[in-house]
Each structure stands twice: as structure tokens, then as C-alpha cells.
Design a protein around this ligand. Structure first.
Ligand SMILES: Cc1cc2nc3c(=O)[nH]c(=O)nc-3n(C[C@H](O)[C@H](O)[C@H](O)COP(=O)(O)O)c2cc1C
Length: 431
């Protein structure tokens, strides 16, 4: 049976016995969105059956990360898909491996959203490939969200429920929010050091993630207070993401999640000459997500995975990969480059919660092709093949020299009457 996880004050992971509530069963759906459109027409993998998030046959998709056991590696990324009880419940019912709630803070009265706050960016065939948002963190009262998460915790004791939190530069506030979330037994924390809009104006979110000194100090407070694992969610809006990731890991965080959105302006309206999305004629840079950011996310995750492999080997530090995941193949790429889990946010806003069945189906298909029986068998397998450019130059130079030094004749015109036997010998494998 699965257990939830507690972290002792000194950082060691301990098992917490789950309460024995019956788990929900989910029915398989034959279409991704339930709207009658075939998965392949949407560019998705075929869906598979999941029972409490577990596959019923084929390669094992379960993962264990920082002591947490997930039935599959797909986690709802913080955002609209984790805003309240009914949507988080839907995520568990459909089979998501874990849920990270929309980022919470103690005083939601300071959070005031505007509309429109999203913009879709489409390709020539009208498919959405990029998504801008300048949505703030949760605007719901902390007590209300906490009560809803408590209910969810009680109804789904064995599923991973992670609290995304953010606070100002105030030790007491961080201690309070951590203590209150732990009272309802969240499995872990994800710290939002990365929201690129609105909150940085109050020195929160990305403003903290971009300031190594503040980041180190705040992570220190958090890790002293937390008794469950802590993931630091990093911003890609820095020169070298491995630098703040290192600060967070050094300060005791068990893992890193990346990436949050990339600062962007989706466009300018050429009739009104106003930037978009326009709110009363004005706009502000937002965060870019979805398929367009996947290559950037893969590069940022690679840089963090390399750091973990080099400086934190054997210490159980984890990486949760995020950015533009739509298919099982996308997820496989993040895992091949060192991610333990994979988060999806915009993908749920586009395809709905059942897409987890397509994601699991696609990941299994990839694993079957390579005869991988578990996620652990291929985690990080592609990582050693990302190197520095000078190494590519050296390898190419060596390969050309080796070709030139190749034994044997280039063509039949080179056979010589004098050296005939030598020529033949030069092409034998066992000379
Ligand atoms: C509308 C929207 C709201 C978001 N809100 C949050 C949030 O409250 N906290 C957070 O950590 N990330 C938030 N994110 C960022 C996502 O969790 C994720 O890091 C990012 O969008 C990249 O992943 P994706 O391409 O799967 O969406 C939000 C993203 C979107 C699109």
C-alpha cells in the first residue's frame, strides 16, 4: 500500500501511514476530450485505462520521488487546473499522478485579477502553439482553499497533493503558511519563486527567484519550517537557471521544478496600436507557455539535471520538468533529460483532464518500442549526450580522422597486381 511522506526537521524522509479510505475507480474514455473528436485528429496519443492513476497492463509508469509514490509521473502544474476542490477532484478521478494547487498566499485580498488575461498564439493551421497569461496567484481566501484541500486529502489519502505557496519577504508569513498547510497533511510544497507578472512588483515570485541572496535566505526559512519535501519552482527568466537552482538545493530543498512561464508580450494590435491582451487600452508583459516553450524548457531542465548529477549525486534531489507537454513523447523527452516527474498546466486548459490517459498511453508506447519496463530504466539516459560545443568540434574532428585512416581500398580501381594479397588482407575484419 502507498504511503504519504513526512520530512523530519533534519530533512530525512519518513513514512506516514495513510488513512484507509477506498480509492475511486475511473472508467476508460475512448476520446481525449469527450467531445467525440478522435485523439489522433487532435495530435494526441490513444488513451489507455487508468485505475486510481495506475496502468492496468504494460510497462510500469509508477514513480517514487523524494519518498512520494505516484501511480504515474504526470502532475497537474500549478494554475487554473488546481484552483478549487471540484477541479482537483476531477484531476484525481481522471488519474493524474499528483496535483499541485494554484499558488496560495495568506492574504488573498491583495490578489486582484483582470480580464482578459490570456492570449492564444496560433500557427498557420490555426492550432494553438503558444499561450500568454498575466493571471496572478489564487484570489481565493486561504482558509477556504485550505478547507477544500483538507476535504480532498481525506477523500484521496493516497494521492499526492502538493501545495504551491508564495509569500512576501517575511519569515513569520512563510512559517505560518507552511504550518497551516501541514496541518491538512499536504504531501509536499512547491515554492513559487517564478511567477513573472504582477507579484514581482511586490518583490514576490520571480523577483525572489532572480535574487540569489534573498532566495537562499527564504529557502533557509522554508526548509527549517517544513517537515515534508520542498520543491523550488524556478524562473527561466534568468541567464543561467542552474545558478538559482543550486542556491535552492544548497539551502535544503529536496527538488527543483522548472520551468515557470517565459516573460512575453503576445503581440500588438495593428488597428488600435495597443499591445495585447489589452485591458482598458493598456497591457503588461505576461508569461509564455505551451508548445512553443518546450525546447526552452528542455534546455533549462537539462542544465538543472546536469547540476544535480554532478554536484548532488546520490542525495535524492529531484527534478520536475514543465513546459509544453502535450504527448507521452513530450514527457519521455523530459524524463530522458533527467526529470523525475512531468507537470502539465496549459495542456489541461486545452485538452481537459482526461488527457492524462492519452499521456500515459503515449508514454507506454514509447517504453514498449524500447522495451523499457519502468521509468527508472530511461530516466536521464539522453543526458550524457548533451555536451559543450567544443566537444562536438573535437568529436567531429576525431571522426573525420578515423575515416581518413580507414583501412582498405576506396574502390575497385585501387586493386594492385603487386600488392593484391595485402589489399585483400587490408579489408578483412580478422587480419
Ligand atoms: C493561466 C496560467 C496560470 C498559471 N498560474 C500559475 C501559478 O499560480 N503558480 C505557478 O507556479 N505557476 C503558474 N503557471 C505556470 C504553469 O504552472 C507552468 O509552469 C507553465 O505554464 C509552463 O507549463 P505548461 O506549458 O504546461 O503550461 C500558470 C500558467 C498558466 C498558463
Amino acid at each position: 500500500m502507498q504511503t504519504n511522506v513526512l520530512r523530519a526537521p533534519h530533512g530525512r524522509v519518513q513514512a506516514r501511514a495513510p488513512c484507509a479510505r477506498p480509492q475511486r475507480r475511473v472508467a476508460v474514455v475512448s476520446h481525449a476530450t469527450g467531445n467525440g473528436t478522435a485523439a489522433s485528429a487532435l495530435g494526441l496519443d490513444e488513451p489507455i485505462e487508468l485505475v486510481d492513476g495506475r496502468v492496468t497492463s504494460g510497462p510500469d509508469l509508477s514513480v517514487e520521488v523524494n519518498g512520494m509514490k505516484l501511480p504515474n509521473p504526470f502532475i497537474i502544474g500549478s494554475g487554473p487546473p488546481g484552483t478549487n476542490y471540484q477541479v482537483m477532484k476531477k484531476a484525481f478521478d481522471e488519474g493524474w499522478g499528483g496535483v499541485i494547487c494554484k499558488t496560495l498566499s495568506l492574504d488573498s485580498s491583495k490578489v486582484v485579477n483582470v480580464t482578459p488575461r490570456y492570449a492564444k498564439i496560433r500557427d498557420y493551421s490555426n492550432r494553438v502553439f503558444g499561450w500568454q497569461n498575466f493571471e496572478l496567484i489564487s484570489d481565493r481566501p486561504f482558509d477556504v482553499m485550505l478547507a477544500e484541500m483538507k476535504r480532498l486529502r481525506e477523500e484521496y489519502p493516497n494521492r499526492m497533493l502538493i501545495a504551491s505557496i508564495m509569500e512576501e519577504y517575511n519569515k513569520d508569513a512563510w512559517e505560518e503558511i507552511i504550518g497551516r498547510c501541514e496541518e491538512i497533511k499536504v504531501d509536499a510544497f512547491e515554492i513559487n519563486f517564478s511567477c513573472p507578472h504582477g507579484l514581482p512588483e511586490r518583490r514576490m515570485g520571480m523577483a525572489m527567484g532572480q535574487d540569489p541572496e534573498v532566495l537562499g535566505e527564504v529557502c533557509g526559512w522554508i526548509n527549517k519550517a517544513a517537515t515534508v519535501p520542498v520543491w523550488a519552482k524556478m524562473t527561466p527568466n534568468v541567464t543561467d537557471i542552474s545558478f538559482p537552482a543550486d542556491v535552492a538545493l544548497k539551502a535544503g530543498c529536496e527538488g527543483v521544478a522548472a520551468i515557470n512561464t517565459i516573460q512575453c508580450i503576445s503581440g500588438v494590435n495593428l488597428d488600435t496600436l495597443r499591445p495585447e491582451p489589452s485591458v482598458e487600452g493598456y497591457s503588461t508583459p505576461g508569461g509564455y507557455s505551451w508548445k512553443a516553450v518546450k525546447p526552452i524548457a528542455l534546455a533549462k531542465c537539462t542544465s538543472i539535471a546536469k547540476l544535480i548529477a554532478k554536484d548532488y549525486a546520490g542525495q535524492g534531489k529531484s527534478l520536475s520538468g514543465i513546459g509544453g507537454v502535450e504527448t507521452g513523447g513530450d514527457a519521455a523527452e523530459f524524463i530522458l533529460l533527467g526529470s523525475d516527474t512531468v507537470q502539465v498546466c496549459t495542456g489541461v486548459m486545452i485538452h481537459g483532464y482526461p488527457v492524462v490517459k492519452n499521456l500515459c498511453g503515449g508514454l507506454q508506447k514509447f517504453m514498449q518500442k524500447h522495451d523499457f519496463k519502468s521509468i527508472a530504466e530511461f530516466k536521464g539516459k539522453s543526458l550524457p549526450y548533451v555536451t559543450v560545443h567544443s566537444e562536438l568540434v573535437k568529436r567531429q574532428r576525431d571522426a573525420i580522422s578515423a575515416k581518413k585512416a580507414r583501412q582498405g581500398l576506396a574502390n575497385d580501381a585501387e586493386w594492385s597486381g603487386e600488392d593484391f594479397v595485402k589489399n585483400a588482407d587490408s579489408m578483412a575484419v580478422n587480419r
